[in-house]
Design a protein around this ligand. Structure first.
Ligand SMILES: [Zn+2]
Length: 578
């Protein structure tokens, strides 16, 4: 069967030589016939190692598809020595796809002309989902992606593998623009990245319509599709306009991709992108080889960070919140004798590329980065992902921590947080919105409130007594049993009765007036002893228990809820570990 399909492919693409390789291909008559057809470009690869394969394919001209029975398990091109690497790369990644199943179904859905929503965790071969259809059909896939720096990284990576790719963004110089047009004219371009902002430019729309009219558009892909939803952790207003794609390119299958999208976000994606009866593929965000640890950051966290890095295997990724913090931390670590490389979006492209290469190629690199770093990085043996502050949202954290242990080996995810992190993050968000116009600010308010709620959820996971993985997954709409690997699962901290201090907090809020968390905590510490940090922690726990309500504007105003009033009338035991 496999061989017959290959012959059909060869017929469907005149002038191209196709070649099938696969572990279960036998030297059957049809294969021998195919070999004769393809003459010297046919190779036989059963049971051969990748190295042998590379030798076999060196200098050849062939398009390679790998089939297992009726299923596509790999794909690559080999037209020169450089492109042999493409074969190996695709084989490795597509092998992965095949093993994980869902990515393969995305490819098959697109090739069958069906829309698709795929929620695949980082490292599950997301980008291959749209690259493969372009290669198989020798057509073009248009990809909408949010950040220029990340698009450029992807383009560079694809080109390294001999696949013609380009990105269209505002900063593109004339030469690149002409190159792009040339690739479109001679039909060699396979993947075109666009930022969502570009779609609002009339020239880009005309370009899309033109491409569509040639019939070469294989699929439209919307990467990081959760950005379309105000419920998502990374809402971008420009994504809202992507529904127009449907009108500009009718009849072209569309795939929406995201690493994490809670059910509410998925519904938004389908509705706003106007996906037609999409195949919805959701892979569990559970990663059974990752161990989460979340603990309070000490006053001097350098030793803690150095220890964690020393214990880690493979590569280490350290996330800091701001560009300044990235610079400071990489310097501090370097002064302590640890070669740590900084990476953030404010660096020039050449230095960013150098940092990227360092991270890809060194045996045990340590990289300090903002969350802008990650996409398009396919280092499998990251043994530690360390966050120096509280992550901004659960979804974001799952994505970032998911860069650890893609090789399936055990890996650690460590968060060092402080109670002040949420406040400073909230301030940073508000300060950013101050620069907007009055009208924009009004729009922004809703988003800020959502961001505050997401921060609070992340803080609740970090401060909570339960299984980290379970709490993280629950926040994105997935039910899972305790992981037995995280810090809380490994050493159950003893539970303490907090009923009395809880009543003291609630009493202080009784009387209907809202109170500032900071004032409240100061007052409680003065009246009842204990340190302010403990009172702050307790107040936040009571918010989680819904005995207290907190304002969503980041000012941490607190009010007593009806449940809190009930508690004061007839208390019940409240036991947590602290
Ligand atoms: Zn656990």
């Amino acid at each position: 069967m496999a061989q017959i399909q290959l012959v059909q492919h060869a017929c469907g693409a005149p002038g191209l030589r196709w070649l099938g390789l696969g572990p279960d291909l036998r030297p059957s008559r049809s294969l021998l016939k195919l070999q004769r057809l393809l003459d010297k470009h046919a190779f036989w690869a059963q049971g051969r190692s990748f190295r042998q394969l590379r030798r076999l394919l060196a200098g050849s001209e062939a398009v390679v598809t790998l089939w297992r029975g009726k299923r596509l398990v790999g794909f690559g091109r080999a037209t020169s020595d450089g492109l042999c690497r493409a074969v190996l790369w695709d084989v490795v990644v597509a092998g992965d796809l095949q093993g994980r199943g869902l990515g393969r179904r995305v490819v098959e859905a697109l090739l069958a002309g069906q829309d698709c929503l795929a929620v695949l965790p980082t490292g599950a071969g997301k980008s291959l989902c749209y690259q493969l259809p372009a290669l198989v059909r020798q057509g073009l896939v248009v990809v909408i992606s949010p950040l220029v720096a990340l698009m450029q990284d992807q383009v560079r990576q694809l080109r390294r593998h001999g696949i013609a790719a380009a990105c269209l963004h505002q900063g593109l110089d004339l030469q690149r623009r002409q190159q792009l047009q040339q690739g479109l004219n001679d039909q060699s371009l396979r993947v075109l990245y666009l930022s969502p902002e570009r779609l609002q430019v009339e020239a880009t729309r005309r370009l899309l319509e033109e491409i569509h009219s040639t019939g070469r558009l294989v699929a439209l892909a919307v990467d990081e599709a959760h950005c379309i939803s105000a419920w998502g952790h990374d809402f971008r207003p420009h994504y809202r306009r992507l529904g127009e794609l449907r009108r500009l390119c009718p009849g072209v299958p569309m795939v929406a991709l995201s690493a994490t999208a809670a059910p509410q976000v998925r519904a938004d994606i389908i509705r706003l992108l106007q996906l037609r009866r999409p195949e919805v593929l959701v892979r569990s965000a559970r990663r059974s080889n990752l161990s989460y640890t979340m603990r309070r950051r000490s006053e001097q966290p350098l030793a803690e960070v150095l220890n964690a890095v020393a214990e880690a295997r493979g590569a280490v990724l350290i996330y800091a919140r701001t560009r300044l913090a990235v610079e400071e931390w990489s310097t501090r670590l370097a002064q302590a004798g640890l070669a740590a490389i900084p990476y953030h979006a404010g660096m020039d492209p050449a230095s960013r590329q150098l940092a990227l290469e360092h991270f890809q190629n060194q045996p045990r690199p340590v990289l300090v980065a903002t969350v802008a770093f990650g996409m398009g990085v396919d280092r499998a043996d990251v043994g530690l992902v360390l966050h120096l502050t509280l992550p901004a949202s659960v979804e974001g954290y799952l994505q970032e921590s998911g860069r650890a242990g893609r090789d399936g080996q055990p890996a650690d995810c460590l968060v060092l947080f402080a109670a002040a992190d949420r406040v400073s993050l909230g301030w940073a968000m508000r300060a950013a919105s101050q620069q907007l116009s009055a009208a924009e600010r009004l729009q922004e308010r809703e988003r800020l409130e959502l961001a505050q709620r997401q921060l609070r959820r992340m803080e609740a996971v970090a401060e909570g007594p339960g299984c980290r993985e379970q709490a993280l997954l629950l926040a994105v709409g997935e039910l899972a049993p305790p992981c037995q690997r995280c810090d809380n699962c490994r050493c159950h901290p003893a539970a303490v009765d907090w009923s009395e201090p809880a009543a003291q907090v609630l009493t202080a809020l009784d009387g209907g007036r809202g109170r500032d968390l900071r004032q409240l905590v100061e007052g409680l510490a003065k009246d009842h002893g204990q340190n302010q940090e403990t009172w702050g922690w307790l107040a936040r726990r009571l918010v989680q228990e819904e005995l207290i309500r907190e304002s969503d504007d980041g000012r941490q105003q607190l009010w007593l809820c009806a449940l809190g009033e009930n508690y004061l009338r007839s208390p019940w035991p409240l036991r947590w570990s602290a």
